[in-house]
Design a protein around this ligand. Structure first.
Ligand code: BG6
Ligand code: MG
Length: 221
């Protein structure tokens, strides 16, 4: 029996993964580092400071910035990112998400948000989805994806057994985290990327998400 569905936010509920990419790309360029979409796959699901570390290592400038400067770079990126969120509205929720949340509510299956983003509560508010989630995991102070902790915490908040939970993710690190938590992993994106990370099923679009399609996928597993 399905006990909870755990949702990533950026790239699963709305297109904010793209905004993260644009903001990191601009910040990186300012310090002379080039990043592309292929590299960006490694940043998806990863915390703000860890993402910055990876960009610095990628540009071989890891030794060049003090902790204080790193905090400033991360703050600059976030400021730009938050400015990109300004126009975010309910119409920007990916197709199928509101319907799925409705189906889960109807069947008393808690929906839990398991995002690494500190901006998540604000984004849910802008999208008009704040009251559609049973719980939002606070990523502060728990090990980030690909560690399973954020998903395990989500299951715990919902009073669910991880073996009867489904996690939905667009990030390779996120799929790894779901599998490390021993849950059923649904990928949103490219099968060749997410399948390699262990996704149990991959959809190219959220349109294909529904309670029926999820239950079907779990049954066939
Ligand atoms: C994740 C994104 O959801 O949140 C990452 O996939 C992002 O790209 C991370 O770095 C942290 O987000 P924020 O909003 O706290 O900087
Ligand atoms: Mg994501």
């Amino acid at each position: 029996k399905l006990q909870a569905v755990l949702f990533d936010l950026d790239g699963v509920i709305t297109d904010t993964a793209e905004y993260h990419y644009l903001a990191w790309k601009q910040m990186a360029e300012q310090i002379g580092i080039e990043i592309d979409r292929a590299f960006n796959e490694q940043l998806k699901g990863i915390s703000r400071m860890e993402s910055l570390e990876r960009i610095l290592v990628h540009g071989r400038k890891d030794g060049q910035y003090s902790m204080e400067q790193r905090r400033q770079l991360a703050a600059d990126k976030n400021k730009h990112y938050v400015s990109l969120l300004a126009g975010l509205a309910p119409e920007h929720v990916y197709p199928g998400i509101v319907e799925l949340l409705g189906q889960l509510a109807e069947h008393h299956v808690p929906a839990v948000l398991t995002s690494a983003s500190k901006n998540a509560p604000q984004i849910l508010e802008s999208l008009g989805l704040a009251d559609r989630f049973y719980a939002i995991v606070d990523p502060d102070g728990i090990p980030g994806k690909p560690a399973p902790d954020i998903f395990l915490k989500g299951a715990e908040l919902a009073g669910a057994d991880p073996r009867y939970c489904i996690g939905i993710e667009d990030a390779q690190a996120g799929i790894e985290a779901i599998k490390a938590a021993r849950m059923f992993a649904v990928g949103i994106g490219k099968p060749e990327l997410l399948g390699a990370s262990g996704a149990d099923i991959v959809y190219d679009s959220t349109v294909k998400l529904s309670l029926t399609s999820l239950l079907q996928a779990v049954k066939q597993d």
